[in-house]
Design a binder for this molecule. Structure first.
Ligand code: NAD
Length: 278
């Protein structure tokens, strides 16, 4: 017997990109558990299908479908929105969450043009395509909520260089604010989610030595990496009507990172004697 569904997203249809792993996977399951019907989108079809299987096992049939799409390709994104509407009748929530952080993304001198373009195409253009085609559908139903995953690096320079990624997330933040202002009267809300460093495959593959992990962690007052489910819970709030008066915000879910400052030695300042930064 499936567990009873929550009601925070009852009668809503949500499209989530990057649904095969990390934040997208956790959000797909959480949104479905709160009553949404979910289109699980990923370039990795196997990942998207596995997420749907998980949801179906937990909550029964017709709660989720998989969609293979590369968010940097206009046709793919158009089809993903079409699929949501033809299957579930409408779209209320779009979580533009898919993104890459390429291992060869580095500083201004060493990052190659192809890595720059690949990162921009997925992380920035992919968000634009999603918004473009979702707005058209949301207008028909009188509104909706669009959440774009940015990052703390859009607000603070990252100590481990990843210039294309950082620039791409800055663009997501700026684009989201403008979209929020332009479409506010149509009741289409746009908010950015700014995760801190998380224990997901994306970051762990990038911070591939203990030294790099430590370098990142000294900036986090909570002294630990975040979990994907902690982002999913924030995204759920932004997706639901509980955040009905919020648009154009950057929601930091970052263990205090953006509130902190560092000493010249690179240690986060802490005066509480019980706090240790390992
Ligand atoms: P993840 O690597 O675990 O999952 C990302 C998913 O996106 C993967 O399933 C991947 O197949 C998919 N994807 C990649 N390129 C795609 C494309 N072109 N089209 C469709 N799907 C594609 O990563 P995550 O940690 O869950 O990251 C999700 C989002 O959060 C990303 O936008 C990332 O930049 C952002 N973010 C992550 C962190 C972190 O520390 N992990 C921090 C800040 C922001």
């Amino acid at each position: 017997m499936s567990p009873p569904l929550g009601t925070r997203l009852a009668n809503k249809v949500a499209v989530i990109t990057g649904a095969g792993s990390g934040i997208g996977l956790e959000s797909s399951v959480l949104f479905a558990s709160e009553g949404a019907q979910v289109v699980c989108v990923d370039i990795n079809e196997k990942g998207a299908l596995a997420t749907v299987e998980k949801i179906t096992k937990m909550f029964g049939e017709k709660r989720a479908i998989a969609c293979k799409a590369d968010v940097s390709k206009e046709e793919d994104v158009k089809n993903m929105i079409k699929l949501a509407v033809s299957t579930f009748g409408k779209i209320n929530v779009l979580f533009n969450n898919a993104g890459i952080m390429h291992p060869k993304d580095d500083n201004a001198l060493t990052t190659s043009e192809d890595i720059w373009d690949l990162t921009m195409n997925i992380n920035v253009k992919g968000v634009w395509w999603g918004c473009k085609y979702a707005i058209e559908e949301m207008r028909k139903t009188g509104g909706g909520s669009i959440i774009n995953t940015a990052s703390f690096v859009a607000q603070r320079g990252a100590a481990t260089p990843q210039l294309a990624y950082t620039a791409s997330k800055g663009a997501v933040l700026a684009m989201t604010r403008e979209l929020a202002v332009v479409h506010a009267k149509e009741n289409i809300r746009f908010n950015s989610l700014c995760p801190g460093p998380l224990r997901t495959p994306l970051l762990m593959e990038f911070l591939n030595t203990e030294e790099k992990k430590h370098r990142r962690l000294v900036h986090v007052p909570m002294g630990r990496f975040g979990e994907a489910i902690e982002q999913a819970k924030a995204a759920l709030f932004l997706a639901s009507d509980e955040s009905s008066y919020m648009t154009g915000t950057d929601m930091n879910v970052d263990g205090g990172l953006c509130a902190a400052y560092v000493t010249p030695e690179g240690e986060t300042q802490a005066v509480c004697p019980h706090t240790s930064f390992q």
